[in-house]
Structures are given as structure tokens and as C-alpha cells.
Design a binder for this molecule. Structure first.
Ligand code: G
Ligand code: G
Ligand code: NA
Ligand code: MN
Length: 253
């Protein structure tokens, strides 16, 4: 209950921040950034979304939080563009409740209109669980996103049911291999086989592959050898507030 009340104060009192983690393509090309929510609690300091997102899901508070995240991410990318840093693609994590709300697509459209962000610059990250809940409804929403020209990636890929065959029915653009497989990709023959299998299958289906949680140069090299398209992890860049992202981008111009 305490955390729940705190969450309401956080919503009302502007205690949320968005940090951004760069996604780096082959040849050191910037592929975009992932928006990661941070709660700066006045007493507890930074509280991880892994702690408060599940709570916010159960109380419904996830809805105003999600709308804030989407709007902030769009506005921040517009601010970067206005400062001459180019049209940076931003990936926003979706919660299940948000995705299945009847108002979801309308909210997206309105946010893009209000902020002026070109839809091609927005990407949504969904977990397999979101798609498995009600696959028929999910596919309809994915088609609507595609016609809006908003990108979709499957996050934490490999940790859910991962019925690989369902991928062929889904209009999506990318899979993000969960970092639990990347952790030991250079140490475990099993993880290496799983990672290569995912990359091969995804490429045959016309999907791009992101490896998340890259922490060592050996992992980066191995994933490069396996043909992975995009890399994300502390080795390349940590999540950072907008002003630091701006400096990061400026240094690459
Ligand atoms: O950045 P960090 O490792 O603390 O993220 C923990 C979890 O919180 C991850 O699963 C991430 O996807 C999720 N998360 C981060 N930001 C958001 C957000 O804006 N919305 C939702 N629904 N989940 C988020
Ligand atoms: O579930 P999701 O993939 O959205 O989680 C993203 C989270 O992963 C972010 O909170 C981010 O802080 C974290 N993350 C990003 N790169 C790395 C990394 O290299 N190592 C670890 N351990 N976590 C990472
Ligand atoms: Na994510
Ligand atoms: Mn992930």
C-alpha cells in the first residue's frame, strides 16, 4: 500500500524520468535508442521498473505512467532533431494492459499527432506473453501498427513459450534475444546454439535481430560472427538521461 501511494505521488509529482540506451548496428551505425523508465523516489532513490511496473499493472496506474512515457519519448526525440542530432528512432516498452486497452491505438495516434514525431521513428517492444494472451486480437493490433508505420519488436525473445512457428504469423520487424542467452554465449555451447538458431530463423523470416545485454568484447565479436544485426548492452553504452544522450550523439557526428 505504501508503494502504491508513493506511485500516485510519483505520477502527480513528476518523479519519473526516461533514460535512453543506444542500440548500435553493424559497422557502429546508430540503430536507435530504447527508452527505459526510471523512478526517482524522494527517499528510496531510484526504484527499478522491475519493482514498480508489476504493481502499477495490478492497480491500473500503469495507464497514466505509460501515456507519460510515450509522450516524453516522442518529445525527447523531437528535441534531439531540433538540436541537429537527426531523427533518432526510439523503442518504448509496452505493458500488457496498455496493449490490450481498446484506446491503445487512438492514444498512439494522438500522441504522434500532438508531438509531430514521424511514426517511422517510433518502435514498440512487446514481450511474447503479450502476444500469447489473445493472439487473434494481438495480430489485429499488430496489423494496425504496421499500417501506421510504427515498428514492433519482440522483447526478451526466447524466455516465453517461444513457439517459433507463431512468428511467421506476426507482422513484426525485429526480435531481441534475451540477455540470459547472451550472458553465456561464449561459454555455453547450448546457449551459442540457441542464439545461432534464433538468428538463422529470424533472418529466414525477414526479421532483424537485436542482441541485448552485451557486456564483453568477446560477446560482441561472437554475435557479430553469427550475423546479428543490432547490439545493445553496457559494453556499448549504458542507459543515460537525455542530456547525456545528446552529448553521446554529438560526439558521433
Ligand atoms: O531498465 P531496467 O533493467 O531497470 O528495466 C527493468 C524492466 O522494466 C525491463 O523488463 C524493462 O523492459 C521494463 N521497463 C523499463 N521501462 C519501461 C516502460 O516504460 N514501460 C514498461 N511497461 N516497462 C518498462
Ligand atoms: O526487459 P528489457 O529487455 O526491456 O530490459 C532492459 C533492461 O536491461 C534495462 O533496464 C537495462 O538497464 C538493462 N540492460 C541493458 N544493457 C544491459 C547489460 O549489458 N547488462 C545487464 N545486466 N543489463 C542491461
Ligand atoms: Na525492452
Ligand atoms: Mn529485453
Amino acid at each position: 500500500v505504501a508503494l502504491r501511494n508513493d506511485l500516485q505521488e510519483a505520477i502527480d509529482g513528476g518523479q519519473f524520468e526516461l533514460h535512453y540506451q543506444p542500440l548500435i548496428g553493424r559497422g557502429d551505425r546508430l540503430a536507435g535508442v530504447e527508452a527505459l523508465l526510471r523512478w526517482h523516489h524522494p527517499v528510496k532513490g531510484y526504484v527499478s521498473p522491475a519493482r514498480f511496473i508489476p504493481l502499477a499493472e495490478s492497480t491500473g496506474q500503469i495507464m497514466p505512467i505509460s501515456e507519460w512515457v510515450l509522450e516524453r519519448a516522442c518529445r525527447d526525440m523531437q528535441a534531439l532533431a531540433a538540436r541537429g542530432l537527426g531523427q533518432v528512432r526510439v523503442a518504448v516498452n509496452l505493458s500488457p494492459l496498455q496493449f490490450h486497452r481498446a484506446s491503445f491505438l487512438a492514444t498512439l495516434r494522438h500522441t504522434l499527432q500532438r508531438t509531430g514525431l514521424p511514426p517511422e521513428q517510433l518502435e514498440l517492444e512487446l514481450t511474447e506473453g503479450i502476444l500469447m494472451d489473445d493472439t487473434e486480437a494481438a495480430i489485429d493490433i499488430l496489423h494496425a501498427l504496421r499500417s501506421l508505420r510504427i515498428g514492433v519488436s519482440i522483447d526478451d525473445f526466447g524466455t516465453g513459450y517461444s513457439s517459433l512457428s507463431y512468428l511467421k504469423h506476426l507482422p513484426i520487424g525485429k526480435v531481441k534475444i534475451d540477455r540470459s542467452f547472451i550472458n553465456e554465449v561464449t561459454l555455453s555451447a547450448h546457449d551459442a546454439a540457441i542464439v545461432q538458431g534464433i538468428i538463422s530463423m529470424a533472418h529466414h523470416l525477414g526479421l532483424a535481430v537485436v542482441a541485448e545485454g552485451i557486456e564483453t568484447a568477446a560477446q560482441h565479436q561472437r554475435l557479430t560472427d553469427y550475423g546479428c544485426d543490432i547490439f545493445q548492452g553496457f559494453l556499448l553504452a549504458r542507459p543515460m538521461p537525455l542530456d547525456r544522450l545528446e552529448a553521446f550523439l554529438r560526439a558521433r557526428l
